[in-house]
Design a binder for this molecule. Structure first.
Ligand code: NDP
Length: 399
């Protein structure tokens, strides 16, 4: 049916490649292109021999002409961006120039400031409309499946959703005193930023990790959850009509937070470059270099993740609650695709989003967040491709 250019060869890309190869009638040919070509070749070596034809390429995704040349050579129907958030705009520019559909899993971030805002990418809406191509933003788990869950809840169970609580729990243990489950730079930027939630038309700021609750999660048990800002709050506030409160909660263990506090206090999480013996060094990037590579955590991580959304609203004038969540087992993911659950829960939805676009189910010119499309075929595909979801119509609520 189509050809996909996959940019990036890290933890998430590896899952995307595995999953695309499971659906060869949709992904007939893929090209894995990244900064370090040997990582692309290693993936190809693992998966070659199936029905999906695989090629690899070296590309600097910060460089639009290089991207354009690669797209013109491979002629993909879609570009799946699973590099880093810094590359979103250059890849979108290259897609515009070559008129190819675009998908990513994280909003654009400038290198020097962590903003978690969609404004730069939303600004491409008209250009994508004029070019007649689709950009699907945030097709990971959160953002991603959380937006699909929200569209599904609204379509099937509510006349109005008033409150959304997104709960992202990782009860995995990799046995290291401190490591991050995905790109440490992105992960630490997210946690050390101020918390923020949406209420009555505005965003309210909190100190980093200031608001804490305990939530008893199915199959995981009671966990400390902390209020964080997460990029899907911005799009859900805009797209889920009538919603007046949205919060995002993430679990962190006391041990993890203690390490993080120390690193922060000594300045290691800063994104401000410092001069070290005549060389400019970003402390957070240096920290990334000394922490375990997230890709190496796969074989060591045991336990489960549980990510879901709790909704409150009304149906036929009656109050209604609904909780929809996925549970993923780190070791089962590792057995299946050689990655832990964090990469798995991001990579599977990226493949499904691309499948929605290649099969023409989700195709309209412009730039869209995931909740703007019909959730039903995506929800079906989640069950089919490894992320089954569960429903609870009487969940415990978060105060
Ligand atoms: P990794 O750091 O494991 O991989 C990133 C890959 O991008 C690496 O292969 C890297 O190359 C490549 N890359 C970086 N810069 C460039 C460049 N300029 N040109 C070409 N390739 C480049 O990250 P993850 O796989 O963990 O994450 C991928 C994306 O998924 C990120 O954007 C992350 O924010 C997002 N994500 C989204 C989630 C969600 O639920 N929505 C959850 C988790 C992650 P090299 O090997 O040379 O360094």
């Amino acid at each position: 049916m189509g050809k996909a250019l996959i940019i990036g060869a890290g933890g998430v890309a590896s899952v995307v490649v595995h999953k695309c190869c499971e659906v060869p009638d949709v992904f007939e040919e893929i090209c894995i292109a990244s900064r370090t070509k040997s990582k692309c070749d290693a993936l190809k070596e693992k998966l070659d021999g199936g029905q999906t034809k695989i090629q690899t390429a070296q590309v600097d995704a910060d460089n639009v002409p290089e991207l354009v040349a690669l797209i013109n050579e491979f002629k993909p129907d879609i570009v799946i961006n699973v590099a880093l958030p810094y590359q979103d705009l250059t890849i979108m520019d290259a897609c515009l120039e070559t008129k190819v559909d675009y998908l990513d899993t994280a909003n654009y971030e400038p290198l020097d400031t962590a903003k978690f805002e969609y404004k730069w990418q939303w600004a491409y809406k008209e250009k994508f409309e004029e070019a007649g191509i689709t950009a699907l933003l945030g097709s990971g788990f959160d953002p991603g499946v959380t937006g699909v869950f929200s569209a599904y809840a609204l379509k099937h169970y509510f006349d109005e959703i008033h409150t959304i609580d997104i709960v992202d729990a990782n009860a995995g243990d990799h046995g290291y005193p401190f490591a991050t489950n995905f790109n440490p730079e992105i992960n630490i930027r997210e946690i050390t930023a101020n918390g923020r939630y949406y209420e009555n038309g505005e965003f309210i700021e909190t100190e980093p990790l200031e608001v804490k609750r305990v939530y008893d999660l199915p199959e995981i048990g009671p966990k400390d959850v902390y209020l964080l800002y997460h990029e899907e709050l911005e799009s859900l506030a805009k797209n889920i009509t009538g919603v007046n409160k949205i919060r995002f909660w993430m679990t962190f263990s006391e041990k993890y937070l203690t390490h993080l506090r120390v690193l922060e206090n000594v300045g290691m999480t800063s994104i401000e470059p410092i001069d070290y013996e005549g060389q400019q060094i970003v402390p957070l990037q240096f920290l990334k270099a000394i922490l375990p590579d997230p890709a190496s955590l796969g074989p060591r991580t045991k336990g489960k993740t549980n990510i879901g959304c709790i909704y409150q609203g009304t149906k036929n004038g009656e109050p209604k609650t609904y909780y929809v969540y996925n549970i993923c087992d780190h070791q089962e993911c590792y057995r299946e695709v050689g990655s832990q659950a964090i990469s798995y829960t991001t990579g599977v939805p990226a493949m499904i989003g691309a499948m929605m676009m290649l099969t023409g189910k989700w195709k309209k010119p412009g730039v869209f967040n995931i909740e703007e499309f019909d959730p039903d075929p995506f929800m079906e595909a989640l069950n089919e491709y490894g992320l089954p979801w569960h429903e609870d119509f009487n969940p415990t609520l978060i105060d």
